[in-house]
Design a protein around this ligand. Sequence first.
Ligand code: TXE
Length: 513
Amino acid sequence: MATTTQAGVTSAHAGEMKKHKMLIGGKWVEPSTGNWFESVNPYTAKPWALIPRGASEDINRAVAAAKKAFYDPAWRNMSATARGHLLRKLADLIAGEAERLGQIETTDNGKLIAEMGGQVKYIPQWFHYFGGLADKIEGRVIPIDKPGVFNFTREEPVGVVAAITPWNSPLLLATWKLAPALAAGNTVVWKPSEFASVSALEFGELFERAGFPPGVVNIVAGFGTEVGETLVTHKDVAKVAFTGGDKTGEHVYSMAARGLKRVTLELGGKSANIVFDDAELDEAVKGAISGIFAATGQTCIAGSRLLLHRPIYDQFVEKLLAMARTAKMGNPIDPNTQVGPITTQPQYQKVLDYIRIAKEEGATCQLGGGPAKRPECGNGWFVEPTIFTGVKPNMRIAQEEVFGPVLSIIPFDDEEEATRIANDSMYGLSAGVWTTSIRRALMMSERLEAGTVWVNTYRAVSYMSPFGGYKRSGIGRESGMEAIREYLQTKSVWIDTVGNAPNPFIMRMGGQG
Ligand code: TXE
């Protein structure tokens, strides 16, 4: 059997690995191409699973199944309460499988098991929350400005939703799309990243077990340009919910625009983590570490620009370096590991390229600055936790998303300068502020151009709180009450209650009765 790696290299290990299938119309099917590709464990840099290489034909089948399910009375006529019940049942099933799913994701994308354990246990909360919201989707009765008419609104699902997810947190980021989409009564075709599809394909089985009608959720694996584009441009897809890089997001947005589709995009950032001289410094050091080295910096909300108030600059850098030096690298499946590998080989190369660029631009490397050759890192794609000082706000390392464990430190003199530097970015996903002054906390959270501002904490998310970007970090919101609106469309219904038709040659405008 011919299989290829994610980089297109033919492999000899195919026989030992689990060969996954795709979920289309309630059935587990092989790809129409008859081809699989290998998913690589970033810690060993060796393949460990076989992913079906979907093609346009598979997307067409999946969208047709999702469309059929959308109109099928089994889903369309299901009461909102029953829909909510299915979501909550799914939540319970996920909770029961949390450990297994966490281990799969750690093996597939190298995210720490220490973090995955918590993440997969928390995922059910999204399905509980949106399951609870399913039967609270209500319209309005509008006291219209004309006599003899009754006007009300209905909130209706949009149809088939395309969910496209990246490799850094596949299940969590899919959950942010699937939970509100399903609660609102839509059907879904989910395309996970070609670099981390295994957890998605394993997750699919839980929809069946929870009792979702066939075709309500479909999962097609494969490459962005092969299946992603067919999905985004498919005429029967009503909405695209995408998380990934901003360049791909821009392309997805323009393709979706041609079909006048609804779009939500979550596209990463270059978040500023700002420490004032009145902050609890030891807490802020932990916040800075968590901002850039947690998840090996491969998170859209990475606090990759650390802005330090000049009076505490030297002291803070010293404390930060001391803590960063203690970071324990190694196998992400070991619960004591603190910094794991880079998930993909191209991403590993990208991070190393940015380190080189930062040095060429004249930044001073205070820590790390290259591949990690520690014995505990084996053959994996590891990069040393890296800290640059002497970074100017206009350098590429301060403007572009690295998506790795690389921190840029920039000093500032006062609130005005901190705000100016923080907002001098094409991105606006999140920001951190460290201060004990309530005045500063409120002032900065008002001034910062970011979808999320954390004060004296960092990297906190919840199913209840809206999440999304300003500027190039995205469009729309995930989580919270805001998210469900992204999956609904409003219908206005007019009913004449008197039967006394006015002049039929003119529109019924205000005051004309
Ligand atoms: O993401 P892509 P990549 C950033 C990060 C990273 C960069 C590139 O800076 O270095 O993006 O990562 C699918 N039509 N983020 O290349 O390409 C693809 O198959 C339709 C930030 O891995 O954005 C995958 O499922 N779909 C981010 C998804 O898009 C296409 C998380 C994301 O892939 C497609 C990850 C196409 N033409 C990376 N091309 C975050 N916001 O958290 C690709 N895809």
